[in-house]
Write a protein that binds this ligand. Structure first.
Ligand SMILES: Nc1ncnc2c1ncn2[C@@H]1O[C@H](COP(=O)(O)OP(=O)(O)O)[C@@H](O)[C@H]1O
Ligand SMILES: [Mg+2]
Length: 315
């Protein structure tokens, strides 16, 4: 019997989502006959891991610490194999500015952007450069913190007057923010398990274009998910191959979810980001995609544990 420590909760803004992912993972592992220890991650994490002495850790944490490589670094040090990506892949995925630079360098299309730290505004007068940025990106401009997930701190600024407020909101989540070209189109996600792309999911916000906010995403019924997305074969293949290219570029392992947009006017696909620890709640995209690909939830969770134990090298 494999002893699995399920790491969940934590202190990030996505604590509640993580508790839900973690509870579902625990149930699935118990049904699979594993010996399960749930750990709500806090300052005693290392001590609790040593006490529990699991064969493997299932990282069901989202947001800061759990997804940015911190917990992965501790697991490396304590010598416990863990699910999902290794430290450097987590670091590359977590920082959207770094991730977008890497994608741009590798020829993976991602919306144009400009990124600034708080000090650029406080000490270097970056506000003076905003009109030039706005001219290049055109309105609406998307303003988002470099790190965070679940659409936290993301605002669409429809005119110059809305940009300062959007920047203040984004800076309340991170010291680095990006201004990004807005893509008017469809919201797609391609999840991968062991590098294999699953069917594409489309997230359709209900009740207005701006309704895609944090609350909508986790409230059943406010975002409709269509899987497989109604796309032509060519778009599906392109979305999956971009997702695979991003997986390889970032050095992901186990599983990941790649968020994309398909621009209505041009049909072009853009990668927004790669989620190193995708949600596993009942409304999350990866479990839905796995299901559509013939991989039930229990099987999915069992497979992720197997992959962790198989010890593919962490990048
Ligand atoms: N450049 C963009 N153009 C249009 N919509 C965007 C853009 N960036 C983000 N969004 C919307 O916000 C959502 C969250 O953005 P994303 O970059 O994936 O950050 P998060 O880490 O919060 O998921 C996207 O799924 C999309 O609906
Ligand atoms: Mg996203």
């Amino acid at each position: 019997m494999t002893r699995v420590a399920v790491l969940k909760g934590g202190r990030s803004l996505e604590r509640n989502v993580s508790l839900r992912s973690g509870a579902r993972v625990e149930d699935a592992l118990e049904r699979g006959g594993h010996d399960v220890v749930g750990i709500d991650v806090g300052s005693d994490l290392v001590a609790r891991l040593r006490d529990a002495a699991p064969d493997v850790a299932f990282v069901a944490l989202h947001g800061r610490d759990g997804e940015d490589g911190t917990v992965q670094e501790l697991l490396e040090l304590v010598g416990i194999p863990y699910t999902g990506s290794g430290v450097s892949a987590c670091v590359r995925c977590w920082d959207k500015v770094l991730a977008k630079h890497l994608m741009r360098g590798a020829g993976i299309p991602t919306p144009d952007f400009y990124a600034f730290s708080e000090t650029a505004f406080k000490e270097l007068g970056a506000a003076e450069a905003l009109p030039a940025i706005e001219e290049r990106l055109a309105f609406p401009v998307v303003v988002k913190p470099a790190a965070q997930g679940s659409a936290l701190g993301i605002k669409f600024a429809s005119d110059a007057g809305a940009v300062p407020g959007a920047l203040v909101a984004a800076f309340s989540y991170d010291r680095k923010v990006l201004l990004e070209r807005h893509i008017s189109g469809r919201d797609l996600a391609v999840s991968l398990v062991d590098g294999e792309p699953l069917p594409v999911v489309e997230a359709v916000p209900e009740g207005g274009a701006d309704a895609y906010d944090f609350e909508a995403r986790y409230t059943i019924g406010r975002t409709r998910f269509v899987c497989p997305a109604q796309l032509g074969d060519e778009d599906t293949a392109r979305a999956q191959s971009l997702a695979r290219a991003a997986w390889e570029l970032f050095g992901c392992r186990g599983f990941a979810r790649v968020d994309l947009m398909r621009e209505d006017a041009t049909g072009e696909l853009f990668v927004l980001e790669v989620e190193a620890v995708p949600g596993l709640t009942e409304t999350s995209l990866l479990p839905q995609a796995a299901e559509a690909g013939g991989l039930g939830f229990d099987e999915l969770i069992g497979r992720l544990v197997e992959l962790a134990l198989a010890g593919a090298p962490a990048y």
